[in-house]
Write a protein that binds this ligand. Structure first.
Ligand code: 1HN
Length: 349
C-alpha cells in the first residue's frame, strides 16, 4: 500500500470497481493518496479583496434591496478556489455587510457563531442578548451561538463591516439551526456597556459561573485594543513571525473569545518584515492601519487599510509593513487545537 501512488488499472479491476459501485462501495486503494496527503492540500487559494471596489458593489446593492428584505445585505467573499460554496476558507465564511442610515437588519438567531469587524462608518448598533452596542471602526464584536441579534443604523452614514462565521464547520457536522424572532428588534434589558464593564475590566462578578463557551464580552472596542498595542510596543520585543500579536480572549477562562473561531490582532512596525510562517489554520486578514505586502505561498499581495486577504492552510506567509500596520485576523485555530490537530512551522522552510 502506497500513500503516494495509485495501483495500475486493468480490465478485470475496472469491472470489479463497477461491480462494487453498484453495491455502494469503492476501493480505498484508488483514493488513498488523495484523501491522506503528506501535507495539507487545499482547494482554498490565496486572494485579496480591495475595499474600494467592494464598497462600490455594496452601495449598488443598497439601491437594489433593503437590509430588511435581504434579512442581511451581505456580499459573500467567495474564495476563487471554492466558488459557489459560500466560504472564504474550507472551514470559514466571510462577508461584507452594509446597513444604510435608518435601516434595520431584523432579529434572528442561529447555531453558527458570528464575528463582526467594523470596516467603514461608525455609529450603527448591534444588539446581542438584550444589550446594544455602538460600533466604531476597528471594533471587534461577537454573536455567540443561538443568541438573538439584530442591527440598526441610526447614524447618518452607511456602515460596512466584515462578518466572519463558522458556517462551513456547522455544515460539516450538519448542525445548523436558525429561527427569526418575528420582530425587527429584540427587547433591550441591559444598559449599553454593561458586559464590557462587568467582564472587561479585569474583574468578574464574585460568584460568576461560566455560561456557554463564548466570551460574555461582545464588543472589544478598537480604541482600547490600539492603546494596548501602542503601550506594549515600547518594549520593542517583536516576534520574528508575527510582530506583536495578541489573541482576543474570553476573560472567564483565557481561551478564545469564540468557541470555534480564533480572532487576533497584530502590530507590525514600519519597515518590519516577518520570518516565514505556516500553520494549518487558514486565516482571514483585514487591514486596519498601514500599508505593505504579504507573500502567501510565494505570491505577493499589496495591501492598504480595509483590504481583506486570505491565507490557505500551510502556505508560507511573510508580511512586510511600509508604515506602522495593524492587522485583524481570524481562523479556526481554536477548533483545531481543541481537536488536537493544529500545527505550525516557524522560519523559512
Ligand atoms: C448573520 O446572522 C449575519 O447577523 C450576517 O449580521 C451574515 C451569514 C449567514 C448566516 C447568518 C448577521 C450571516 C448571518
Amino acid at each position: 500500500m502506497s500513500l503516494t501512488e495509485k495501483p495500475q488499472s486493468s480490465p478485470e479491476r475496472e469491472a470489479y470497481y463497477e461491480k462494487i459501485a453498484r453495491q455502494d462501495f469503492s476501493a480505498l486503494w484508488n483514493v488513498l493518496s488523495d484523501i491522506i496527503t503528506p501535507t495539507p492540500r487545499s482547494a482554498c487559494q490565496p486572494h485579496l479583496w480591495e475595499f474600494g471596489p467592494a464598497k462600490q458593489l455594496l452601495m449598488e446593492a443598497g439601491e437594489l434591496i433593503t437590509a430588511k428584505e435581504a434579512e442581511r445585505r451581505v456580499l459573500i467573499l467567495e474564495n476563487p478556489g471554492l466558488r459557489g460554496q459560500s466560504r472564504i476558507t474550507t472551514s470559514l465564511y466571510a462577508g461584507l455587510q452594509l446597513v444604510m442610515p435608518g435601516e434595520v437588519a431584523p432579529a434572528h438567531r442561529h447555531s453558527q457563531s458570528a464575528l463582526r469587524f467594523v470596516m467603514d462608518g461608525g455609529g450603527a448598533c448591534t444588539a446581542v442578548n438584550g444589550e446594544r452596542t455602538l460600533m466604531q471602526e476597528g471594533d471587534f464584536v461577537i454573536t455567540p451561538p443561538w443568541t438573538w441579534h439584530d442591527h440598526g443604523n441610526e447614524s447618518d452614514t452607511p456602515m460596512i463591516w466584515m462578518d466572519g462565521l463558522d458556517i462551513p464547520m456547522l455544515s460539516l457536522f450538519d448542525a445548523s439551526f436558525a429561527e427569526g424572532l418575528g420582530e425587527d428588534t429584540q427587547a433591550i434589558t441591559k444598559p449599553t456597556g454593561d458586559s464590557l464593564a462587568r467582564y472587561g475590566a479585569n474583574m468578574l462578578p464574585v460568584d460568576y459561573e461560566k455560561k456557554g463557551l463564548a466570551s460574555p464580552i461582545f464588543n472589544y472596542p478598537y480604541a482600547r485594543t490600539r492603546e494596548a498595542l501602542e503601550t506594549m510596543r515600547q518594549r520593542d520585543e517583536w516576534d520574528p513571525c508575527h510582530g506583536l500579536k495578541m489573541r482576543y480572549i474570553n476573560p472567564v477562562d483565557g481561551g478564545s473569545a469564540m468557541p470555534t473561531i480564533a480572532p487576533f490582532v497584530q502590530l507590525l512596525p514600519k519597515g518590519f518584515k516577518t520570518a516565514g510562517y505556516r500553520s494549518t489554520d487558514a486565516t482571514v486578514f483585514s487591514v486596519v492601519e498601514g500599508t505593505g505586502r504579504t507573500s502567501i505561498g510565494g505570491k505577493t499581495f499589496e495591501w492598504k487599510p480595509k483590504d481583506i486577504f486570505v491565507v490557505p492552510s500551510w502556505q508560507e506567509v511573510v508580511h512586510e509593513a511600509d508604515a506602522d500596520a495593524v492587522l485583524f485576523s481570524y481562523s479556526d485555530r481554536v477548533a483545531q487545537q481543541k481537536l488536537g490537530i493544529w500545527r505550525e512551522a516557524r522560519g523559512d522552510h
